[in-house]
Design a protein around this ligand. Sequence first.
Ligand code: NAD
Length: 472
Amino acid sequence: MDFEHLYINGEWVPGSSGEWISVEDPAAMEIFARVPRGTPADVDRAARAAHEALPAWAALPLSERIALMEKFLTIFRSQEEDIIELEIRELGAPWSFAKSSHCEYQYTRVRSYIDLAPQVPLVEKMPLSTVYREPVGVIGCITPWNYPLGQVVQKVIPALLMGNTVVLKPSQHTPLSCFLMAEAFEKAGFPKGVFNMVTGRGGEVGDAMASHPLIDMISFTGSTSGGIRVAQRALASVKRISLELGGKSPALVLPMENYDWAIRNCFNSIFLNSGQTCTALSRLLIPKSDQAKIEEALVRIAAEYPVGDPHDHAVRVGPVASAAQYKKIRGFIEQGIAGGARVLLGGVPDEPDHGYYVKPTIFTDVTPDMAIAQAEIFGPVLCVFTYDTPEEAIRLANDTEYGLNAAVYGPKEEAIAAARRIQAGNVYINDSPRDTAAPFGGYKHSGIGREGGVYGMLEFTQQKALFDTCKA
Ligand code: NAD
């Protein structure tokens, strides 16, 4: 596949800078592809194309937009092998995780949006008026590197289904699988200008999108600091803003007989994607009375998460995504040790001479005043806290600036009661699976707005009230 062009107005065109951004394979530690370093001039071309395409696309009946999205999904599914290979190489995602999470789960999400689109209340009768939901306009989508397609699916699919047009800037670190997505839109026959993609850096392409007069809304997923900068810029031209930001999510374990299943559930969150997941359950809160028993289980069960070459089908934890990530995580591990937390497993990683590998690391006796207790480490690092009373457990769970995700393990009714007191947009009770129809998004510094299902589609609409009770 050619990664050296931008996708603007239904065509693959050269970037205006003539310069490139390299993409590194974090397992091989080698540059293996390059994408155009987009510029504000490229954003301008894309925004104009999206703006021109908007009236006809918005006027298309929903059923026709759905029919095109069905074609897209068929093509997207057929790209699976290529997507897996790209996610192994650009992100370091282990094969099995690339298949389940970066491919299959994304098909489920697209399917869910298609199935739910007819249920979005686009026309609502009020006592003295009719309220119509209309497209917002041109949506600028800015996405992070950790789920290169997943975060894009959460924005682009609902935005398009609701009649908006899109300019996408994928992360400069993992932009490659988005080229396959652009190709799928092209092959499915989406009208030119409806979907556009400009690769490049945040400070250049992202900034230009946030301030472009023809872009009506910025839908951003990334760090809280990045989101604040983008939102401030976007607000200067009164754009709609939706922000999906960071997390430091708690897994609260209530007193139980056997903790193994709860620990596996927590590990499946914090160790997969090498801990580089916004919703990762990175703080485990355990009853102090069972500390020794739980610590034994943590070490024993962690052996079920082999680290290694992401091409190996048995490997569950690959390298972290980049040299910068490796350095950042290593710094936090050093800080954890210096701050007095006890290393139960793992520790400072070796020098990366054959891949940016960080072994699963578990700190115990963590207290809220430590840096590792509050910062989003974004690596396979679990912080274990102990509590004496249920009140203390809830206080610890909420002792964070974030509020994206949480889990509570224990007797169901007790777990639900605790979950209702946790400040987070999503809370998993025991082994309950995710529901793609449910809203996803954060409390506090984890964001503004929601993605997923009907709620996620409503984000890309604006209301118009018609006072229409006149006689003629
Ligand atoms: P980041 O904020 O560095 O970058 C995200 C995107 O924004 C990238 O495309 C980047 O180029 C762009 N960007 C950065 N600075 C910008 C600026 N000043 N103006 C315009 N665009 C700018 O985040 P990241 O390191 O790519 O991703 C990791 C972060 O994303 C973590 O904090 C993680 O929790 C968060 N995340 C959140 C969710 C969610 O749904 N809540 C999902 C995935 C990741």
